[in-house]
Design a protein. Structure first.
Length: 326
């Protein structure tokens, strides 16, 4: 399944077989025949995600899609188990609704709301319209533990580097993240009309249900997943970037493997422009991507694998792109 010289092919096949056994096995049954299947589905998911992020560029498009399908199925299997064990919540409306959680670290950060004129790190974000639907699961590309997705308005930036900004609107947030945190996770969920600028590195990033937002992020060491986003602009740098069910979005990319899109329309791709002074040094250490190895315009549209060109995406020049941080 691997191209000649591709690393980890046998190991990836073993992990894929283990994942299939876990999904097909009876939860109450005995131990799996293979020693490795005694691991929990979560552990196998994490190992498979990490392995796929490393070898993705060496797989043929057909086998890459097969591996990603197994990965998606296993993630759904883990998510269903988590949902079954999760306590039920009662949703309230009006005055009984909880106020958003705001937690910041000692890391320099500035959080402002466009509805106020006084910059403050304790401003109360305006909640976005609530939904009674259960949030979708975390990124299938996350090589660490699954990200817990809040259902309430939340802004949380932790010392260890984790970022959660969820279910708010009309926000303008700019912060410098802790350095050297390879396992840090960034989750932006359910945002509207907001501008988020994160200077620094994270391990993985997951952007879901964003509407009319402008997102700038430093190096994401492993992978980025974008899902259900509309009318947004992104500046992203990572080993692997995957986009699902999104439309009318622009992406400025620095990426080692081919960007992957599925069930998307009217996407535009351009070249990533650094927006803070430390970016180049950080990306050389964690990504090492050059102008020649940047595959920003080599997009794989899984809805058009048998066509020479896809009508769902185009490229754009970077002239006039804003560099907002100095």
């Amino acid at each position: 399944k691997m191209e000649d010289g591709g690393p980890g092919g046998q190991e990836l096949d073993v992990l894929l077989n283990v994942a299939r056994q876990l999904m097909n096995s009876d939860p109450g049954g005995g131990s799996a025949t293979a020693t490795r299947t005694t691991a929990t589905p979560q552990a196998v998911l994490q190992e498979l995600q990490s392995m796929l992020a490393v070898v993705a560029s060496h797989l043929t498009p057909y086998h890459l899609r097969q591996a990603q399908q197994v990965l998606t199925d296993l993630q759904k299997h883990v998510s269903n188990q988590s949902q079954a064990a999760r306590p039920k919540f009662s949703f309230r409306s009006g005055a009984s609704r909880q106020q958003p959680t705001l937690s910041t670290s000692a890391t320099p950060a500035t959080t402002t709301s466009s509805a106020t004129s006084t910059p403050t790190s304790t401003s109360t974000p305006t909640p976005a319209p609530t939904s009674t639907t259960t949030p979708t699961s975390a990124s299938t590309l996350t090589p660490t533990s699954l990200i817990t997705q809040p259902t309430e308005p939340t802004i949380r930036i932790e010392d260890k580097g984790d970022v959660q900004i969820c279910n708010v609107r009309d926000q303008m947030i700019e912060t410098t993240l802790s350095e050297g945190v390879a396992r840090a996770k960034c989750l932006l969920l359910g945002l509207q009309n907001s501008r988020i600028t994160l200077c620094g590195c994270v391990g993985t990033a997951h952007f879901e249900r964003l509407d009319n937002c402008h997102i700038q992020l430093g190096p994401a060491i492993y992978s980025v997943l974008v899902t259900d986003c509309v009318d947004c602009t992104f500046a992203l740098a990572s080993q692997q970037i995957r986009i699902h069910s999104s439309k009318r979005c622009s992406f400025a990319l620095l990426v080692r493997s081919n960007p992957i899109m599925e069930h998307c329309t009217q996407l535009r791709f351009g070249v990533y422009q650094p927006f803070y002074p430390q970016f180049e040094q950080q990306q050389q250490v964690h990504l090492g991507i050059t102008d020649k190895t940047n595959k920003w315009d080599q997009v794989q549209d899984f809805d058009c694998l048998h066509h020479t060109t896809s009508p769902n995406w185009s490229t754009y020049t970077t002239a006039g792109v804003e560099n907002t941080v100095t």
